[in-house]
Design a binder for this molecule. Sequence first.
Ligand SMILES: [Ca+2]
Length: 123
Amino acid sequence: MISSKSKMRLTAGAGALLLAAGGIVAGASPAAAAYSDCPYGRVCVFEGWNGTGLIGWATQCGRNEIVGTPLQGKVSSVKTHGNGVTFYNYNNPWFSVAEVGPWTQTNLSPKENDSPDWMYVDC
Ligand SMILES: [Ca+2]
């Protein structure tokens, strides 16, 4: 179970994200999210398989950082609405680690799991 102290830390982190120029917004507490929690039109990333755990979503087209958010090193599943998304890792910026097309909900492969550092939303 998550302690109230770590809940506070997550809330503070999400607030800081809202002030950032780009990046993702984290919501929901662990094990609370589902694919259906992804706001219409957004690209959402999830901490666990099948849309579970922490949820975050892109706030803009183009580049959105995952590093520096509660989902850093944790993205395991993805849901997209009308826009596809490509994921990258800082260790190899020239090649994507995963691509997910529009209108999709899917797990990342075991090789891709927990590797995205940032994502590029195609819109
Ligand atoms: Ca994960």
